[in-house]
Design a protein around this ligand. Structure first.
Ligand SMILES: [Zn+2]
Length: 355
């Protein structure tokens, strides 16, 4: 049974159908900011937590944010529509969040059934690729990093001021592509000052689906042509990802993939925008052992702190240059934390499947 998570924004409920979600919205709308998971999930872990890798990938979600200038977000949305959506005849769904940003979805013709362990990375890499290719400066790194576990603002709910805790008068509002292309930001906000109740259903696109699947093929170095069917390509992906050895191209057997509890720790810290010194050491040694590049490590820490690098040394202000602490750990070739130590720190549990 598939369910969607509901949050305020902390995840507080699992909703197995639309009615259950609507009940939660009715209860909290106007009092709290209302969020729902971008994806529905099919599985729980034995401890009752959501298994995010069971996400049904039927859409790609984009979160455009700029604390200072929402016009920049609108420009990025328009740029993406002109350069990506229009040539592929994809009609995205677009929402003004009610705060300083826009949310957008491109919807697949049918869900893309990737191997579970590949889903998180496939979405992260796809969004990173689109951000870079189309110069989407305001595409939020947190939405990229959270990937399958993203939470999005629910349409037609009130934006609640984070300082005063009361509605600002702006609603999370869906717009058509024509409205987004033709209206200025003031006109869009004017419409969003009323609860329009408008919901435009997704327009499911075979080309959006194909673009994503072909990207995953490229990521795994699978050859593809226009005549290959989606089912064929998914089968090739399944075959290839089953046999991939992370260390294959480096020929070094001390490379170990990032453990799941550490991925969770990173997600948690990105969400709360904070990480302790010890947790940073855990994360840094883990990523280095997993052969992450300085650029990728930079991305993780920058996603957690989401602010200029400062003097802490976990990242620098240049995305290509690692922080001082990372260099230090590399130079000392420190081991990643043992499972026992992680359990002591409360990061891992006996039940965790990691080694
Ligand atoms: Zn663990």
């Amino acid at each position: 049974m598939y369910y969607r998570e509901f949050g305020i924004p902390a995840r507080i409920a699992k909703c197995y159908d639309v009615e259950e979600l609507e009940k939660q919205v009715a209860k909290y709308n106007g009092k709290k900011n209302c969020y729902a998971s971008v994806y529905v999930f099919g599985d729980e872990k034995p401890n009752g937590k959501t298994d995010y890798e069971s996400a049904m990938l039927n859409t790609i979600w984009f979160d455009f944010d700029d604390i200072k200038n929402v016009e920049k977000c609108l420009k990025d949305v328009r740029k993406f529509i002109r350069r990506f959506c229009n040539p592929l005849k994809i009609t995205p769904r677009i929402y003004l969040t009610g705060g300083k940003g826009f949310q957008m979805n491109i919807d697949f013709h049918s869900p893309v059934d990737l191997p579970a362990h590949l889903k998180r990375r496939a979405i992260q890499e796809y969004l990173k690729h689109l951000k870079k290719k189309y110069y989407l400066g305001t595409l939020d790194d947190i939405c990229i990093n959270n990937s399958v576990s993203c939470m999005r603002r629910i349409v037609n709910t009130a934006y609640i001021s984070k300082i005063e805790g009361i509605p600002t008068g702006v609603w999370c509002t869906q717009f058509t592509v024509a409205q987004i292309m033709d209206s200025d930001i003031a006109a869009l906000y004017a419409i969003a000052m009323e609860d329009t109740g408008i919901v435009y259903p997704p327009i499911k696109s075979p080309k959006a689906q194909r673009n994503f699947v072909e990207f995953v093929c490229d990521m795994l170095e699978i050859k593809h042509t226009v005549s290959n069917s989606i089912d064929y390509l998914l089968n090739e992906i399944e075959k290839a990802s089953g046999s991939i050895k992370i260390s294959s191209d480096i020929g070094n057997d001390y490379i170990k993939p990032v453990r799941e509890c550490i991925m969770k720790l990173i997600e948690r810290n990105v969400e709360r925008g904070h990480s302790s010194h010890e947790e940073n050491n855990v994360i840094a040694t883990e990523l280095i052992t997993a052969a992450y590049s300085n650029r990728d490590i930079h991305f993780v820490f920058n996603s957690i702190y989401d602010e200029p690098a400062g003097e802490w040394g976990w990242y620098s202000n240049d995305p290509n240059i690692a922080g001082r602490q990372i260099e230090l750990i590399r130079s000392k070739a420190l081991n990643r934390y043992s499972k026992d130590k992680l359990i002591q720190l409360g990061i891992c549990t006996e039940k965790c499947g990691c080694l």
